[in-house]
Design a protein around this ligand. Structure first.
Ligand code: ZN
Ligand code: ZN
Ligand code: ZN
Length: 205
């Protein structure tokens, strides 16, 4: 049982790609004292964390669309909250997709969700928006999932481009030390609370 001074959220992130590849990321951020015991406030705080940490979840590897295998660009996520428990727990399910909107791959995921939500009698959660939409152009609707977490440069997502992974959390990837340094003030909040990263069905890590 966690003491009142170190109550941490049990946050698990499952992120899915093509060929049943997935990453399971365990995080333990400390719940701010002011919101402990307030289920709704914890939920809001978690949503804020999700936006802050989305580059850490998205730019971690060469994700292929979960359905068709094309390079993943967009992420769709579902969140399940148990923020009312004495030990609050939250699970993110992130689906890497070639594109969101109304294409076939998106529809397959949506239909799966509808079935799951019906089983749990849950309303469909709203789609949280990822923060990198400023890079959108008609040719490049969203940054490729495997590009540098800081600059999102298209060429950094090309096969063979040498990326380096944060040596502390072994999750977030950058194209150069400059990008890693520039992203540290954002990334450190995630980096410090990542407990473990497990890669499933990936050939080498
Ligand atoms: Zn697809
Ligand atoms: Zn970069
Ligand atoms: Zn890190």
């Amino acid at each position: 049982m966690a003491s009142s001074t170190d109550l941490k959220l049990e946050l698990t992130v499952f992120t899915y790609g093509y060929n049943q590849r997935r990453a399971e990321i365990e995080l333990r951020p400390a719940i701010p004292v002011a919101i402990r015991g307030d289920s709704l406030a914890i939920k809001e705080w978690v949503d804020g964390l999700a936006i802050l940490m989305s580059p850490d979840f998205k730019f971690t590897n060469e994700w292929g669309c979960e359905i068709c295998g094309k390079q993943a660009r967009e992420s769709k996520y579902n969140v399940v909250y148990w923020t009312h428990l004495p030990q609050p727990r939250v699970v993110f399910y992130i689906h890497n997709l070639c594109e969101a909107g109304m294409n076939y791959c998106h529809k397959v995921i949506k239909d799966q969700e509808r079935v799951i939500n019906a089983m749990h009698m849950m309303p469909s959660p709203p789609d949280p928006s990822w923060p990198n939409t400023d890079h959108r152009t008609p040719e490049s609707p969203y940054p490729a999932a495997s590009s540098c977490a800081k600059c999102n440069d298209e060429k950094t997502a090309k096969k063979g481009f040498k990326m380096s992974r944060c040596s502390a959390c072994k999750l977030t990837r950058y194209c150069c030390p400059g990008c890693q340094k520039a992203d540290w003030s954002r990334h450190k909040k995630a980096c410090k609370v990542i407990e473990s990263v497990k890669w499933v069905h990936w050939p080498v890590h």
